[in-house]
Design a protein around this ligand. Sequence first.
Ligand SMILES: [Fe+2]
Ligand SMILES: [Fe+2]
Length: 453
Amino acid sequence: MKVLVVESNPKAISLLSSALRAEFNADVHTEKHGVPGTAYISENPLLDLVVVRNINASPTNNAEETAKVILNFIYDNELKCKVLVLGEFEAAGFEFAHIPDRFKVSEFTTIVRKTLGISLEDLKEIRQGDYIPIEIQNFYVMNKAPCDTYIKLARATGDQYVKRIHSGDEFDKEGIKKYESQGVTELYVPKDQKNLFLEAQLKQYLVSITDNSKPEPVLVELRSDAYDINQTLIKNTGITEQMILMSQASVKAMVASVAHNKKLGSLLKNILNNKGSFAYKHSYLISVFASACMHKMEWSEDKQLEANIERMTFAAFFHDILLIEEVHIKIRNKVDLYQAKLEGKEKELVLEHANKMASLVHEMKFAPRGAEQIIREHHGARNGIGYSEVYSSNLGAMSIMFIVIEDFVSSLLDFKENKLSIKEIIEVMGERYPLPSYKKVIKALTESLSESF
Ligand SMILES: [Fe+2]
Ligand SMILES: [Fe+2]
């Protein structure tokens, strides 16, 4: 962003220039008077904004109506750059923004932003300067740098970017982890390479995730990393194209791995013993057991089997993705919630995560039909808010299935703490759910388990 400041007071010049640089990363040029100001304007046709004092003391000691000189010049030459006048000023027929003499820096920057039509979202990007930060976990699912990649060093003279990975260089997760162990949390790419980077990330991830020659533990870890990346994407940018494409690929890979009748026992062993976040394991195991039970449910016809598995897997992938903390995912009822002693925004998010995520899924055009309802009802409340004390039969059949299976998976993952065998977990669940619609899922689950262990 290019800005000209026409102002003769040295204090004001320094204040305005530093505000423009800090807030907008602007390239600021200053002139003290109208005529040299107009000369600069004519030499710089790409100027975005002129900030001009209404009246400046002129070299000949007569007051100069600087703003008028500048506005006349812009008008006569039909230039597009915007003008912001400092101090009282009126000029009929001209278009300009205006701020009174005494103003706070924050008022000045707000009016500059509005004059230039910059949204707060744009401002974030502008402030980042020539390099944009990429959270380091994004590199886990990649193996080749699509562009030069830098680390940032904070120096007294300002930030310094040092190239660490050259465009085209190959790397692996271990190499990236080394940077992390040195305290690096973000790597930087040139701003104009951001899209190139995102495209490459998606492409490389897709190639890896569909590479069946990779051993299962590697794939589990890869899917888990992708889950974490998706979680950050949703948190930071909401539903964007990148997030949609990444998550679509992840859900597809999960469906492929659960649907192709592998033995439950080995799937379970794989996931429990492998690297991967708790959040991912929790989601993945729900889809594993949902898929195993699905064809035993009377409402799930064979010809819909694959679609149903996709629905459940999609719901499993997204249902808790807004919860960043493991302890929040583990909350299953009002007692857990009370014991977690949450407050404020944190508590609100936990209470409303089902509803919030369901609303986001509503916006995703590719979401399988019905997934939204499963996500909304996965804690037993039809509106997706809070945790139900009693599980009613007033929920969708798939929601009921999800609730029972999630309960089972939570106990499995809690294995170390409660030391219950699978048989004991099922027994406890039998007492917890008296209604027939829930009992049917427990029965299907028991059957699947007995077939595969
Ligand atoms: Fe969950
Ligand atoms: Fe949840």
